[in-house]
Design a protein around this ligand. Structure first.
Ligand code: GDP
Ligand code: MG
Length: 439
């Protein structure tokens, strides 16, 4: 797949000390093929490659990154930019109700995502009203009513004998009377784009003036999704796109091209049939996902910004001499905390997402704060010489930190094990150096 292929290319670059123009060219050939294979629009790919080349070749090498990482950084940044840069949020009307119109082809997921969006809005303390304006598809009204019942959100319908324009208009009136602050109109779709469909949608649009016209489009249809987006945008001036069915084996190429081709941002992605499988779309996360390398660059940047280099070198020396103390440990914990929640950090490490069960792993930040409290309850002498911490000191530390003696014991044991390991490492390293020295 795309991720694997790019990974391979980047691995080749990673070990290098210096990147030549030829290196960049070769990498970009691979990137281009990978993107095309993933169904990304040809013209989009071409522009993208030339932008990356221009930036990657001309740039001076940052001290903190290897040239290989730098090319990756540029690819990642440009991909993010291509998908809109930052997250595009829903527009709310200054004076409620906010009107959201869902449009798209049949089977794309309009009705499902009307429900998902309602659930998402409920969590933000909004009071949505769902409107059944698909009078053509058999049981379409019923489908929306079932979703409304599940969510305990009212569904406005007038059966299938009244025109969708009329239904939409009356629904807005009803929303105002009932103080519903967001109206989501579920419209009909066809199997293919046709004039009758576009006319009807345009009439609804002219009648209710939606704040959001959301195209719901199936990611599994690849390049077709982009064509559909382009046509709908020309006719209706979309304000946002919901890319659905990204949960399957979709190659995700549509995500890259939609914004570039239509100028219209993806606002949400659908990740499953269930009502809570709706996620806001984050261009940077998607870029990383496509590149299959976690947020490795963010990690590099964060690490660079927070860890004082001088201090880091000092720590390294201490570790080598096995003089590492609780004071040093505390310092490291603080650095780690500055970098963000631990499980988020772990997620940024390349390959972590491939490890089974990794997704469900939650690092307990609470446990970490206990560790911190314990260390802070030690005296200066205890931090520097943990071996003096006897039973009565342990009891005092546990009391002072609001933890238990067991927790204090555990930490002391772990710390001792860590120091032993450091000793072993450093003696191994010394031996290694000596051997080399004889040659
Ligand atoms: P509509 O014709 O545009 O209203 O489409 P529907 O909302 O009726 O959805 C069509 C089918 O796609 C249904 O079987 C949904 O369960 C399914 N579906 C919708 N969204 C998603 C999604 O994000 N992922 C998956 N796997 N299926 C989805
Ligand atoms: Mg429907």
């Amino acid at each position: 797949g795309l991720a694997g292929r790019l990974q391979e290319t980047f691995n080749k670059l990673r070990g290098k000390g210096k990147v030549t123009e030829e290196d960049v060219n070769q990498t970009m050939r691979e990137v281009r093929l990978a993107l095309l294979e993933a169904d990304v629009n040809f013209k989009v790919v071409k522009d993208f490659i030339s932008r990356v080349k221009e930036r990657a070749v001309g740039q001076e090498v940052l001290k903190s990154l290897t040239p290989g990482q730098q090319v990756i950084k540029v690819v990642n940044e440009e991909l993010t930019k291509l998908m809109g840069g930052t997250q595009s949020k829903l527009t709310f009307a200054p004076k409620p109700p906010t009107i959201i119109m869902m449009v798209g082809l049949q089977g794309a997921g309009k009705t499902t995502h009307t429900g998902k969006l309602a659930k998402y809005l409920l969590k933000q303390n909004k009071q949505p009203l769902l409107v059944a304006a698909d009078i053509y598809r058999p049981a379409a009204i019923k489908q929306l009513q079932v979703l409304g019942e599940q969510l305990q959100v009212p569904v406005y319908s007038m059966g299938d004998k009244v025109s969708p324009v009329e239904i939409a208009k009356n629904a807005i009136q009803y929303a105002k009377e009932q103080h519903r602050d967001v109206v989501i109109i579920d419209t009909a779709g066809r199997l293919h784009i046709d004039e009758a469909l576009m006319d009807e949608l345009n009439q609804i649009r002219g009648e209710v003036h939606p704040h959001e016209i959301m195209l719901v489009v199936d990611a599994m249809t690849g390049q077709d999704a982009v064509n559909v987006a382009q046509t709908f945008n020309e006719r209706l001036q979309l304000t946002g796109v919901i890319l659905t069915k990204l949960d399957g084996d979709t190659r995700g190429g549509a995500a890259i091209s939609v914004k570039a081709v239509t100028g219209c941002p993806i606002k949400f992605v659908g990740m499953g049939e269930k009502l809570d499988s709706l996620e806001p779309f984050y261009p940077d996360r998607m870029a990383s996902r496509i590149l299959g390398m976690g947020d490795v660059l963010t990690l590099i940047e964060k690490a660079q910004a927070t860890v004082d280099e001088e201090k880091a070198r000092e720590l390294e020396k201490k570790i080598q001499k096995a003089e590492f103390t609780f004071e040093d440990f505390l310092y490291q914990l603080e650095q780690l905390k500055k970098m963000g929640p631990l499980d988020e950090l772990l997620g940024m490490i390349p390959g972590m997402n491939k490890i089974k069960g990794m997704k469900d792993l939650k690092v307990d930040d609470k446990q970490l704060s206990h560790v911190e409290a314990i260390i802070r309850s030690m005296t200066k002498e205890e931090k520097a010489h943990p071996e003096i911490i006897n039973a009565s000191r342990r009891k005092r530390i546990a009391m002072g930190s609001g933890t238990s003696i067991q927790e204090v014991n555990r930490l002391l044991k772990q710390f001792e094990d860590m120091r032993k390991m450091m000793k072993q490492f450093s003696s191994m390293a010394k031996k290694g150096k000596k051997k080399k020295g004889f040659k």
